[in-house]
Design a protein around this ligand. Structure first.
Ligand code: SAM
Length: 426
């Protein structure tokens, strides 16, 4: 199978069958002759899908909705390679026409015509002719219009442009060193030896950045639990919670266990941790991480955190609510998120977060610490829920670096958009 066909298969599943791009890329990592090229294609098409479809609309006499789903993916790959990767020769067209013959025989002439016409008339087709700035940005950076408008209304035009530009650029991946098994410099040396380009993290003392991360999870260092893939903003959540050894800690929304496992490492296996997630299916993911990283004293549970659990009342020194959220802050690494979120989802999630936070407060002992975090941007979830918590009589805000909360800005802080706030129960 060619690399383009592997990229096609992944894209088809992500766009039409709700698969996740990262999971699918990891599955084929060992078979691909050029993993970096496949990854570039998968991310590139997803990051530019609205724009690619805008151009295809101009080129096609058939309405977009009437184009067969596999043919549309083939066209998107074609336009992406020609326009964004500057592949101007006709070899790519021939390869995609061949692929079209395999996937949907009747459409190969159609694919051939569209891609050749695009090469001939690229400059004009690629022009975005929209008088509305938000619509134009939505197409240029392929973020659905209502989400683009939401970000603009919350943060203004400069932020919106920079934010969108950042999520469509290649992302730097961070990893968290497992200090129970190694240390930062030894791990750095091992990964450098394997050809990874490594830099030190800039927000967390336990972070390394990997500039060419393809294949990272297939290394023996990963399998032996020397590190976890985690972005620095996410690491900071646990560092801000700052849980102590010999304490009782509740992580209410824990799967896949990235923060739970950091809490375990941070407390050197010497705290009692309960990691909960509503989704039973996701508990094995947490278990896998715990086993891989060599962690102990972590109990897994599965209940709905928005419903009160009497036995946990006043039982914990630390409660982490890393809430289910719209995930707009991680679109750079999970580009398909943008096509699966609406403003209605954001409002529903914000309400769910409030309900979970209401229970979380009851589980804290006096002087106990609550951290409320999300991996999203936008006031409906973050700031409004921070205000909701600030209004509670039994909570005091604990400032973080002199501020009420941290909201990482991707293009400034060079990490995912992340929101973190901290409270003490009084
Ligand atoms: C942002 S993710 C958590 C990520 C995790 N803390 C980590 O660092 O790996 C939110 C999680 O909340 C879970 N969730 C959603 N609704 C929930 C509820 N009502 N109660 C408990 N967990 C819930 C989801 O299944 C999802 O795994």
């Amino acid at each position: 199978m060619t690399d383009l066909e592997l990229a096609f298969n992944i894209l088809y599943k992500v766009i039409n069958e709700e698969a996740k791009s990262n999971d699918e890329i990891n599955k084929i990592a060992d078979d691909a002759s050029n993993l970096a090229f496949i990854t570039k294609n998968v991310y590139g098409v997803l990051e530019n899908k609205i724009y690619l479809d805008y151009m295809i609309r101009k080129l096609s006499t058939v309405r977009l909705k009437k184009i067969h789903p596999s043919v549309l993916v083939i066209l998107e790959i074609g336009i992406y390679n020609i326009h964004f990767l500057n592949t101007k020769d006709y070899a790519i067209v021939n390869e995609l026409v061949k692929l079209a013959k395999k996937k949907n025989k009747r459409s190969s002439g159609f694919v051939n015509a569209i891609l050749r016409n695009f090469i001939r008339d690229e400059e004009d087709i690629a022009k975005i002719k929209e008088s509305d700035d938000i619509k134009s940005l939505s197409i240029r950076y392929s973020l659905p219009e209502e989400l683009t408008r939401y970000i603009f209304e919350n943060y203004g035009m400069d932020y919106t442009k920079n934010f969108l530009r950042y999520i469509n650029n290649e992302q730097v991946i961070s990893i968290r060193v497992n200090n129970l098994k190694t240390n930062k410099d030894s791990l750095r040396d091992l990964l450098l030896d394997k050809g990874f380009e490594i830099e030190y993290g800039h927000l967390s003392k336990n972070a390394l950045k990997v500039l060419n991360p393809a294949g990272l999870v297939n290394t023996s260092e990963f399998k032996e639990g020397l590190f976890t893939i985690q972005q620095e903003g996410s690491m900071k959540t646990v560092e801000i919670l700052d849980p102590k050894e010999n304490s009782k800690i509740l992580d209410l929304c824990a799967a896949p266990g990235t923060k739970t496992s950091y809490i375990g490492e941070y407390t050197k296996n010497k705290a009692d941790i309960i990691a909960n997630d509503i989704s039973k299916d996701k508990l094995p993911l947490i278990q896998e991480n715990i086993a891989r990283l060599g962690l102990e004293n972590i109990e897994l549970t599965s209940f709905d955190a928005s419903v009160f659990k009497k036995e946990y009342e006043n039982a914990f020194y630390y409660v982490l609510v890393d809430a289910p959220c719209s995930g707009l802050g991680v679109m750079g690494r999970k580009p398909e998120i943008r096509y699966n979120r609406t403003m209605d989802d954001i409002k529903t999630l914000a309400k769910l977060q409030k309900d979970i936070l209401d229970q979380a407060i009851k589980y804290l002992k006096k002087d106990g610490i609550l951290v409320y975090s999300t991996c999203t941007v936008g006031n409906i979830e973050n700031k409004d829920n921070f205000s909701y918590l600030s209004g509670k009589d039994d909570l005091n805000i604990i400032p973080i670096d002199g501020k009420n909360y941290i909201e990482y800005v991707n293009y400034i802080d060079k990490t995912d958009g992340f929101f973190i706030s901290k409270f003490k129960k009084i």
